[in-house]
Design a protein around this ligand. Structure first.
Ligand SMILES: Nc1nc2c(c(=O)[nH]1)N[C@H]1C(S)=C(S)[C@@H](COP(=O)(O)O)O[C@H]1N2
Ligand SMILES: [Mo]
Length: 350
């Protein structure tokens, strides 16, 4: 029932843009290019959601994907609890189902890299199960265990939130093996390492511990930093630091008719206040148009139509400000997270 309502609302807010219909799913624009480049498209509102198709969604696993039999799979709640609980996949499906959009990014993503994607996830909140098991006062953290022996930890209160979900569908389809079939957990606001795939056990523990990536020096809180990522210049997708774009003066992709610059932005908990674009290597800045995603955990879409006056070489930058934090322009120490500022070199041919 709830699912129906959500889908209906999404259909009404797809903004009239060309959209692909997923099996058993809804309409949203797919990430072939963020936006059509024809100037007349600019009169149309930004779409509310752009999802990354599964064929383009990054996979980050420390080992090979385990094969898990859905019928034999179990999720155990163990450790410092009064009433240990074991769930089967049927138990998961019998619980209330919710759909939500959420952007996942790897903490090790290079600035402007491909290890980021937005999906429509389906699952059930973990909170009602955690309330049943009687977590003992001595417990300070949960250790999350997975079928590939991956593990990570989180404070008890971080898991006891209504938006933490046990997830079994992605973009309207069962999770694929590489994305964690049959079930993963999603803890909004954190980088990917806090979203174990192939989840098998939630263990309440008395002493703080570190998980697989955290033992190797990655942040133990792994909260998503405020950052913008440019993903499209005119009809070209741009990824990573060495992005170079050459544009002819005239024709369909020519710069004379204006250059579309577009991308995404994300924060750990707050919506975006603005995205600013510079086309002169940071000397001057202008505001981009932004959309209003369904939650702060889904990327904000932004676009800007640049009207260059003459040919030459230009450096494009994008900066985000959420209601929480302004993205630093020069964060040389940023090891954790992908929050650096991408510089794109654009050559406008004469
Ligand atoms: N069981 C398990 N879960 C895991 C991982 C892993 O190696 N094993 N990698 C984590 C990391 S580092 C990231 S960025 C995300 C990536 O999720 P995806 O492969 O579905 O994009 O999964 C996380 N969950
Ligand atoms: Mo990651």
């Amino acid at each position: 029932m709830k699912r129906r309502l959500v889908l209906k609302r999404l259909l009404q807010t797809s903004g009239g843009l060309v959209a692909t219909v997923l099996p058993g799913c809804t309409t949203h624009q797919h990430l072939q290019l963020l936006f059509p480049v024809e100037p007349q498209q600019f009169d149309k509102p930004l779409p509310k959601h752009v999802i990354t198709p599964l064929s383009e969604f990054y996979v980050q696993s420390y080992a090979s994907s385990p094969t898990v039999d859905q019928d034999k799979w179990q999720l155990k709640f163990t450790g410092l609890v009064d009433t240990p609980l074991t769930l089967t996949f049927e138990d998961i499906l019998a619980a209330p189902q919710e759909d939500f959009y959420l952007t996942m990014e790897c903490i090790g993503n290079r600035t402007g890299g491909r290890q980021i994607g937005n999906a429509l996830w389906t699952g059930t909140p973990v909170l009602p199960f955690l309330k049943k098991i009687g977590i003992q006062d001595k417990a300070v953290e949960f250790m999350l265990h997975a079928a590939d022996s991956y593990e990570t930890t989180l404070p008890i209160t971080n898991l006891m939130q209504p938006d933490v979900h046990l997830v079994h569908r992605m973009n309207g389809e069962s999770l694929t093996r590489s994305h964690g079939f049959p079930l993963r957990i999603i803890i909004p606001g954190r980088y990917g390492q806090k979203q174990p795939k192939w989840l098998t056990e939630i263990e309440a523990i008395a002493d703080p511990k570190q998980g697989y990536w955290e033992r190797q020096g990655w942040s133990n809180t792994a909260k998503i930093d405020t950052h913008a990522i440019t993903q499209q210049v005119q009809s070209q997708k741009v990824w990573n630091k060495q992005s170079q774009v050459n544009l002819p003066r005239t024709g369909k992709k020519g710069w004379q008719q204006g250059v579309i610059i577009a991308g995404v932005a994300i924060d750990q908990s707050q919506s975006m206040e603005w995205i600013k674009i510079s086309t002169d290597n940071g000397k001057t800045w202008t505001h981009a148009e932004i959309n209003q995603p369904s939650s702060p955990h889904e990327w904000t879409l932004w676009r800007y139509r640049w009207q260059p006056a003459q040919p030459g070489k230009y450096k494009l930058l994008a900066q985000a400000k959420s209601r929480r934090k302004e993205q630093p322009l020069n964060d040389k120490n940023a090891r954790d997270g992908s929050a650096g500022v991408l510089k794109i070199e654009v050559t406008l041919l004469g």
